[in-house]
Design a binder for this molecule. Structure first.
Ligand SMILES: CC(C)(COP(=O)(O)OP(=O)(O)OC[C@H]1O[C@@H](n2cnc3c(N)ncnc32)[C@H](O)[C@@H]1OP(=O)(O)O)[C@@H](O)C(=O)NCCC(=O)NCCS
Length: 160
């Protein structure tokens, strides 16, 4: 059985231990501890009950997101990851839809995110989640970088 809960700052170590393996490339450098220290109340964790004597829950998925400080109508998702063994079961959708509900509660109407043009799985996931996909946007994060940008309204009747 899996449970969904708000993240805590001390979830960082469990997340940091798996992200490079889950992404199959080094991504830890773009997920520093500050994201859990400062954005844990608006981020989400999916975990499975632990087995055995210690019963430590097993991380199955996480979403790092927050309401924009500068753009009062927007919320931003920095990272979403689902354990390779749990993919295709709807956990990514559950994390996104749960975040959309939180974002509506903050009065946000738009959710944004970005990904590498080479992350075809992420692009397909965001299309399935009915984000508008733009890009590759050249020099998005500075010279020589390219990113796909994602945007979705969450305030229309069809957006639930
Ligand atoms: C992207 C990711 C979070 C998707 O998680 P998931 O739990 O497998 O996704 P879900 O099972 O909830 O799928 C939701 C929808 O997206 C689609 N989808 C997800 N991954 C897909 C893929 N690789 N190719 C095509 N479609 C995909 C599903 O078919 C589903 O569509 P449907 O609801 O219309 O049937 C997961 O693959 C992952 O962790 N990838 C590595 C990390 C990463 O790249 N994160 C995103 C960038 S920060």
């Amino acid at each position: 059985m899996t449970t969904l809960r708000a993240a805590r700052a001390d979830d960082y170590d469990a997340i940091a231990a798996v992200v490079d393996a889950w992404w199959e490339r080094p991504v830890l450098k773009i997920l520093p501890r500050l994201f859990l220290d400062h954005f844990h109340p608006t981020s989400l964790i999916v975990e499975a009950a632990g087995h055995g004597a210690d019963s430590v829950p097993e991380l199955r998925g996480f979403l790092i997101g927050f309401p924009s400080v500068g753009e009062p109508d927007q919320a931003y998702i920095h990272f979403v990851g689902v354990s390779p063994s749990s993919r295709g079961e709807g956990l990514g959708r559950t994390l996104y839809e749960s975040f959309f509900s939180l974002a509506r509660g903050w009065g946000r109407t738009t959710v944004r995110s970005i990904t590498s043009p080479f992350n075809h799985g992420s692009i397909a996931f965001h299309r399935a989640m009915r984000f508008t996909v733009t890009g590759p946007v050249i020099d998005y994060n500075g010279p020589g970088t390219e990113y796909m940008t994602f945007e979705r309204r969450i305030d229309t009747p069809a957006s639930t």
